[in-house]
Ligand binder design. Structure first.
Ligand code: GLV
Ligand code: GLV
Length: 324
């Protein structure tokens, strides 16, 4: 057979695709750090048999319906809310994601964001940057304890579990809420399953790790923030759209909750004038959950392995839709 054409929507290191070049004809968008423009994406995909996509590509109904010849989409992320998965299923386009390889790295960032927000580390760094350090004083930059506090994890998938393991090391009490209760996990992690509302009421740290679906869209709304403690810190390392950002802004501004640490936003990238950027009690990061050199390389390798497995092997390793 002639080599399948694979379109890669972002510039990735050639070392990742080199071992596969005799089996595939790779084409790639080669401009550094910018998403491929829609017209070029559509043009390139006209003749593609497969693609490696990023979460910046909106592979919606219109795109999928127009490209039924694309047999496999290897999305370089664990989340795949950028793809209309129902349409993909219906027309039997295989979609794969990158679970497992990014679990520990993303849990590290989630816990780091929790600590940075609790202990006001960004503000503290800014004090040094701005040369504003005067004298030691009793409550100067005093934050919130992490150890011994109660963490409430919403979305107890692999990343949620890995965050729970870290929390255990800080002697935290662990509450979780998930679509499915997992009693085996509760035992190992000493985690307590609670209803969503009870978790909001009891947790000192509410951590969102839910995937974005129709059910989780705006899960954290005004009502949810009202239920949280006034001392609560909200952490989001999943998807921006699980939060009603307007409600979060009001909750932070009115001190209904204490602070928030956010790695993700409803519309990315955010700019300086984004309302959440104007608040002192919100720590904002540019969607770097899985961003370590090792993990980002492993994610891309897994994408290529999925494509190779589909065309030449026993099928993709990590498919989220059934095979054709
Ligand atoms: C990143 O947000 C991912 O889903 O991998
Ligand atoms: C999914 O987001 C996971 O927790 O692995």
């Amino acid at each position: 057979m002639s080599r399948p054409i694979i379109y890669i929507t972002r510039k990735i290191p050639s070392s990742i695709i080199k071992p596969y070049e005799d089996r595939f004809h790779f084409r790639m968008w080669t401009e550094d750090d910018t998403p491929v423009p829609k017209d070029i994406l559509w043009k390139e995909c006209k003749h593609a048999d497969g693609m490696i996509s990023m979460l910046t590509e909106n592979l919606n109904r219109e795109f999928l319906r127009s490209h039924p010849h694309i047999q496999i989409i290897a999305n370089n992320a664990v989340g795949y809310d950028n793809i209309d998965i129902d349409i993909a299923r219906k027309q039997q386009t295989v979609v794969t994601n990158t679970p497992d390889v990014l679990t520990e790295t993303t849990a590290d960032l989630t816990f780091a964001l929790l600590m940075v927000t609790a202990r006001r580390i960004i503000e503290a760094h800014q004090v040094i940057e701005n040369d504003e350090w005067k004298q030691w004083s009793p409550y100067f930059l005093a934050g919130t304890d992490v150890y011994d506090q109660t963490i409430g994890i919403v979305g107890m998938g692999r990343i949620g579990e890995a965050v729970a393991r870290r929390a255990k090391g800080f002697n935290m009490k662990i509450l979780y809420h998930n679509r499915f209760r997992n009693e085996a996990k509760e035992e190992v992690l000493q985690a307590e399953y609670t209803e969503f509302n009870e978790l909001l009421q009891r947790a000192d740290f509410v951590v969102s790790l839910v995937p974005l679906t129709a059910e989780t869209f705006h899960l954290f709304d005004a009502e949810a923030f009202q239920k949280m403690k006034r001392s609560a810190i909200f952490i989001n390392a999943s998807r921006g759209q699980v939060v009603d950002e307007h409600a979060l802004y009001n909750a932070l501004k009115d001190k209904q909750i204490h602070a928030a640490g956010l790695d993700v936003f409803a519309e990315e990238p955010i700019r300086r004038n984004h309302p959440l950027r104007t608040l002192k009690n919100a720590v904002c990061l540019p969607h770097i959950g899985s961003a370590s050199m090792q993990t980002r390389t492993n994610m891309l390798k897994l994408c290529v392995e999925n494509i190779d497995g589909y065309f030449y092997g026993d099928g993709p390793k990590t498919a989220v839709t059934p095979l054709r």
